[in-house]
Design a protein around this ligand. Structure first.
Ligand SMILES: Cc1ncc(COP(=O)(O)O)c(C=O)c1O
Length: 394
């Protein structure tokens, strides 16, 4: 048990309009499921954030809100500390959600007939950003190399064409948990430059890392790629505040930045949520110890989960995790279809996880499990799965 921060308590999230525990319960019509699906955490946010939110509630007036200097300075300070880069204030563009940023960028930075490349399996709202803006998506199937996913640069060369205008990257990757290396990002950067692509890099998971793994931010890549980069991030995964709805982009190139800002202006997305502004300041300046403890807890959850699965459910093969609090698990050795496995999870094991097809056709044969819950709940889920294991496919 961590003595300073409490990640062990089981907090009931039902009946709080919770996407993970309420919406999924309604979807399956079952109250008894343990939910390890939606990518948020079952932990309370760090105390400095809670204190700042409390102050806003006590003040009692929730008027229109503007970004303050602390918002920009906190982001600058964080990016200096984490990525080693100096980001001028003007490069930072507020946007309520990355899911909005990605859509806006596809819409305003590519031609209506453009192709956009995205790694596959892919976090589905990023694929939606391409398809719902009527662009053509080119899936880049990740390939297994030494047990981990990697990008096949030869394949990319074979599918890129003159209509291709953007590459959407997730780093660290959801769902695979890959934290792309400096070398891999260097190759990707060369590829984008060679073919004049804009690199949209979603780094929302960058603060959740396995012990000993370093995150390389695209903001730290040398050279001309900075001129074609849209970096998108947030602290909502880091400190478990996605319900506050806040994110930002860093866009070094002025012309690209103006196009994005014009779209933001056109759709009237002017003011931030009053709670989000104080949360950014508190999170980025006063929660380092909490974050270190969180990462340690998630690492221990992973060790516990892996050991249990290896011993009791050997046909689930867990891919190496480098970042995110998600595990990507290959179940093809079980010889069952996704429908069969889903039925088993919901009706027999009574555990809800994300099925791989949520991440596109290359996700089939895999499930995604969210580790960011109390150890006890994780144990209960594993015990349910173990008890039901012999009935998979029956
Ligand atoms: C890779 C990735 N990008 C974006 C998001 C969503 O970010 P936002 O809440 O800012 O739209 C998620 C949430 O799971 C994610 O995993």
């Amino acid at each position: 048990m961590n003595t300073t921060f409490d990640f062990d308590s089981i907090i009931d999230r039902r009946n709080t309009n919770c996407a993970k525990w309420d919406t999924q319960t309604k979807k399956y019509g079952r109250n008894e499921l343990i939910h390890l699906g939606v990518a948020d955490m079952d932990f309370k946010s760090p105390q400095p954030i809670l204190d700042e939110l409390q102050k806003v509630v006590e003040h009692g007036i929730f008027g229109y809100t503007d970004l303050n200097e602390a918002f920009y300075e906190s982001i600058q300070h964080w990016l200096k500390k984490k990525a080693g880069v100096d980001v001028p204030k003007e490069w930072i563009v507020f946007c309520p959600r990355i899911n909005i940023s990605s859509s806006i960028c596809v819409d305003s930075l590519t031609d209506s007939k453009a192709n956009v490349i995205i790694n596959s399996p892919a976090y589905s709202p990023l694929m939606d950003a391409i398809l719902k803006n009527n662009r053509k998506a080119i899936a880049n199937p990740l390939v297994l190399k030494d047990g981990r996913f990697s990008m096949d640069m030869n394949y990319l060369e074979s599918v890129v064409n003159e209509d291709t205008e953007m590459f959407i990257l997730v780093n660290p990757d959801n769902p695979s948990g890959r934290a792309w290396s400096k070398e891999e990002l260097g190759e990707l950067s060369d590829f984008c430059l060679k073919h004049n692509l804009i690199l949209f890099s979603d780094e929302i998971h960058a603060d959740i890392l396995v012990e000993g793994v370093a995150h390389t931010s695209t903001l730290s890549l040398p050279g001309a790629i900075q001129d074609r980069l849209v970096y998108a991030s947030s602290l909502t995964k880091t400190f478990n505040i996605p319900g506050l709805i806040v994110s930002y982009m860093v866009i070094p190139n002025e012309k690209l930045r103006e196009k994005v800002k014009n779209t933001i202006d056109r759709i009237g997305m002017h003011n931030p949520n009053i709670f989000s502004v104080v949360a950014v300041e508190a999170g980025y300046n006063r929660c380092d110890e909490w974050l270190a403890a969180l990462n340690a807890y998630i690492n221990d959850n992973e060790k516990f989960f892996r050991a249990f699965v290896e011993e009791n459910m050997p046909e689930f093969h867990i891919m190496p995790r480098e970042g995110t609090y998600l595990l990507w698990i290959d179940y093809k050795d079980l010889g069952v279809s996704e429908d069969e496995l889903k039925k088993w999870f919901i009706h027999d094991a009574k555990v809800e996880v994300y099925m791989g097809s949520n991440f596109g056709e290359h996700g089939i044969g895999y499930i995604r499990v969210n580790l960011a819950t109390s150890r006890e709940l994780l144990k209960q889920a594993l015990l349910r799965m173990k008890e039901a294991y012999v009935r998979i496919g029956k």
